[in-house]
Design a protein around this ligand. Structure first.
Ligand code: BES
Ligand code: ZN
Length: 836
């Protein structure tokens, strides 16, 4: 929680319908007085010059939403929408104003009514609306103070243009086979963009029910989180779809789409109707997604022993989509390449990606949608879990894809950035929309998932599963924080507790939140906070001396060595509780030890010729074997490599070389060879425009970007900026690919510098594509001049007020590259001379 003002825990609010036995307290903290009246002088100025009564980025918690009635009418010809809403709120403490998020909306009218407060019983008391765009907030001022514990209804009429980018309520276009361009309207809200579509309490903790109505033309359909209840005819031949009321949910999960898409449907074992939607010409590519989503939905309902709570689940392929997919409850949206599978042009790795993305977004229906993090600082509770659940679900539903080997890549990949000093802790304060966006990175997704996998291995799969089910049941329709997860995982629960629908707590023999590991009491929280609150990754140095096994832990930093002057300072105060596992030559047993101090010595039960740490690479640590340790392992590998398990062998290679993220797709190579002649390149570009398969388009675009001719690379960038043949959504991956091409490195970087403002017209500064563009076009540099140039550019942006964490990461990566070259160039030169 990042509120800096005085907090008061209030014990009054509780959603009685959803929470059975245990909720007695509010999840909200609240400031104790109406700061506006006390000291209006310190407040910001609203657009009309009056003082705006709230100065914090986070909303006050005196007024909380219970229910939204939302009506939206998009016009796909004039590309705008008119809308109205009625928000039922509960006032928890007397107040003179209601603060809502609203971004880029024109508010036409706002009124207040209450059945419970007689002063507001007659309908439509007009409210004064102030706006403070810097915080994306509006204030509704009431003529007479609202009273505590009463319900009020706020009605707002508003309108806006359909957004140009990929956020809020935006337009997306596609071309039909007949060459016609068609427009659809679609929402994408996470993390802070619901406020672009309707004024709302746009923070994850403000869960409410939503009743949505969409007006549309008869040539379109409308989709939303819930099934349609009825369609009403309106004047001018328009139709209005009314959707069932949602369960209690956060604003970022609300979704609606107006389109003319076609679908395929099936029914899961529990009776939930699952449908896949795509533009009509791509309908034939939807079948694999239907098969996979039915299988995965069945899996999750069984695994969690919690029903997916909505009657339907739609998965929709959106032609213009910024990220890979978004888990809106009941209406999951996907980039076309993340959902559509064309058996003719898609490869096995494309299928794997589609399966992974579906598995990820369906996991969010529980981890994220049913139980949501309290605030964005803990987004890893959503994204780390969804990434971890990919492993659990795909291993069972599609064992032939051998997903556990692929999962390991997550850990290896994030280790690269986590072993730089510019990394960050898993949980980190995030206040502004930019800081919040930046939390969606490899640390939340991949480190989060790898830590969960390590914890599962430590606790045992059974105990871990029980713990997370406990967590999901206890916090259903509510919000949770790290400590809630740790205590759920510590509690020893019986199966009967779950089946009876109750919650269980630690049994009386153990103290609360304690479990027993090797007959010692261990707090999951004590272990896990060393992983979530500290950045970085430990190195375990091991030395075997007869039957003694000496262990030492230190912070692993890529490119920083023991003899570097900064080494000592960078190590200070870092200590992890490391669940060390090891196997030895003398038995198949997996030995376990919790390393909680800097050094420790273990006594091996038997004499043994080798010891291998981090069994199956389940731990998030790197291992170095001192003395003869490496030699002994190399000898085993030479003698009979099958004596070590495959994931142990992969881990050894990773630890030894610190590199691994990808077998290149054969088709990509074939296309790339074709792209080296002018005829081949032109032909591929033509095919790119014609292809209906996103997966194929990706491969062609990659191949086109490998051309040695700079004018061709410039043409690609021009097309990407134009956004017709190459969609703007693909510009980031295009620039990334061009920067990987030696002939394109400088070109891509120059382009970014010279077209910075044009790029910002297309993407938000902190958006994922923009961060890919920045790091993709710079982080391969390895000279001091290049470092200086990049530094100057970033500094010029900072003076204009733009700062991103990725700047620091890039600078550190380039410094590391320089250092690596300095250290290794002489030996590389020698080696090359000898080899020649
Ligand atoms: N919740 C995210 C989508 C998202 C990403 C929202 C960034 C806001 C900012 C979604 O569940 C997700 O993680 N999508 C991934 C794909 C997934 C398979 C890793 C993505 O978009 O890359
Ligand atoms: Zn996700």
């Amino acid at each position: 929680m990042v509120n800096t003002h005085r907090k008061l825990i209030l014990n009054i609010y509780c959603s009685a319908i959803i929470l059975p036995q245990i909720c007695t307290c509010s999840q909200f903290t609240s400031s104790s007085n109406d700061q506006y009246n006390e000291n209006p002088g310190v407040f910001p100025v609203a657009t009309n010059g009056e003082p705006f009564p709230w100065h914090e980025l986070r909303l006050p918690t005196k007024v909380i939403p219970l229910h939204y009635d939302l009506f939206v009418h998009p016009n796909l010809t004039s590309l705008d929408f008119v809308a109205s809403e009625k928000i039922e709120v509960l006032v928890r403490d007397t107040t003179q104003f209601i603060i809502l998020h609203s971004h880029g909306l024109e508010i036409m009218n706002a009124t207040l009514q209450s059945e419970e407060d007689l002063r507001y019983k007659k309908s439509g008391e007009k409210l004064t609306v102030l706006s403070y765009p810097a915080h994306q907030q509006i204030a509704l001022l009431v003529p007479e103070k609202l009273m505590a514990d009463l319900r009020y209804s706020v009605a707002i009429d508003f309108q806006a243009k359909l957004a140009d980018g990929f956020e809020g309520f935006y337009k997306s276009t596609y071309r039909t086979l007949g060459g016609e361009t068609r427009t659809i309207a679609v929402t994408d809200f996470e993390p802070t963009h619901a406020r672009m579509a309707f004024p709302c309490f746009d923070e994850p903790l403000f869960k409410a029910n939503f009743s949505i109505k969409i007006r549309r033309e008869s040539r379109h359909i409308a989709l939303s989180n819930m099934p349609k209840v009825k369609t009403i005819e309106r004047e001018g031949g328009l139709l209005e779809d009314h959707f069932e009321t949602t369960v209690k949910m956060s604003t970022y999960l609300v979704a609606y789409i107006v389109c003319d898409f076609a679908s395929v449907s099936g029914t899961a074992s529990s009776g939930v109707k699952v449908s896949i939607y795509a533009s009509p010409d791509k309908w034939s590519q939807t079948h694999y997604a239907l098969e996979a989503s039915l299988k995965l939905l069945d899996f999750y309902e069984n695994y969690f022993n919690i029903h997916y709570p909505l009657p339907k689940l739609d998965l929709v392929a959106i032609p213009d989509f910024e990220s890979g997919a978004m888990e809106n409850w009941g209406l999951v949206t996907y980039r076309e390449t993340s959902l559509l599978f064309d058996p003719k042009t898609s490869s096995t790795s494309d299928k794997l990606w589609v399966t992974k993305v579906i598995a990820h977004e369906l996991a969010h229906q529980w981890f994220g949608n049913l139980v949501t993090m309290e605030w964005w600082n803990d987004i890893w509770l959503n994204e780390g879990f969804a990434t971890y659940m990919e492993l659990i679900s795909v291993n069972v539903t599609y064992p032939e894809l051998q997903f556990d080997n692929i999962f390991l890549n997550n850990c290896f990949e994030v280790i690269k950035s986590d072993s730089l000093n510019s990394s960050r802790p898993v949980s980190k304060q995030a206040e502004t929309p930019t800081q919040i966006q930046e939390m969606f990175d490899a640390i939340s997704y991949k480190k989060g998932a790898c830590l969960l996998n390590m914890l599962k291995d430590f606790l045992s799969e059974e105990k871990f599963k029980k713990g997370i089910i406990h967590y999901l049941k206890k916090f259903s329709y509510r919000n949770a924080k790290n400590d809630d997860l740790w205590s759920s995982l510590s509690n020893s629960c019986l199966e009967s507790d779950f089946t009876s629908g109750g919650f269980c707590y630690s049994d009386s023999k153990t103290t609360s939140n304690t479990l027993t590991f090797l007959e010692e009491n261990v707090e999951v929280k004590d272990i896990m906070t060393t992983w979530t609150r500290q950045k970085g990754i430990p190195l375990v140095v091991v030395e075997q001396e007869g039957r003694l096994l000496k262990l030492r832990q230190e912070r692993f930093l890529n490119g920083v060595f023991r003899d570097d002057p900064e080494w000592g300072a960078l190590q200070e105060r870092y200590l992890w509780h490391i669940p060390v596992t090891y196997s030895t030559s003398s038995s198949n047993a997996i030995h376990r030890h919790l390393l909680t101090s800097k050094t420790d010595t273990l006594y091996l039960p038997e004499k043994t010729s080798w010891v291998k740490l981090n069994v199956d690479s389940n731990g998030y640590y790197i291992v170095h074997y001192e003395a003869h340790g490496w030699d002994q392992l190399i000898a085993v590998l030479n003698q009979n490599h099958t004596l070590l398990r495959p994931k142990d062998r992969i881990g050894l290679i990773h630890d030894a070389f610190q590199l691994v993220s990808i077998p290149t797709d054969v088709l990509k190579i074939v296309y790339s060879v074709g792209a080296q002649t002018t005829e081949g390149w032109n032909y591929l570009l033509e095919q790119y425009g014609l292809s209906l398969s996103g997966a194929e388009k990706n491969k062609i675009l990659y191949a086109l970007s490998t051309s040695k001719h700079q004018e061709k690379l410039i043409k690609l960038i021009d097309l990407g900026m134009e956004g017709k043949v190459i969609k703007t959504q693909d510009l980031a991956s295009l620039l990334y690919a061009i920067a990987r091409n030696p002939k394109g490195q400088q070109l891509a970087w120059n382009f970014v510098k010279e077209n910075w403002t044009h790029l910002l017209e297309r993407f938000e500064l902190s958006s994922f594509p923009m961060r890919i563009i920045i790091s993709g076009t710079t982080s391969h540099f390895s000279s001091k001049d290049e470092l200086q140039e990049v530094k100057l550019f970033f500094e010029s942006l900072q003076t204009q007020g733009s700062y991103l964490e990725v700047f620091q990461i890039v600078l550190e990566t380039i410094s590391k590259n320089i250092k690596w070259l300095e250290k290794n160039l002489p030996s590389l030169r020698n080696w090359l001379l000898i080899s020649i």
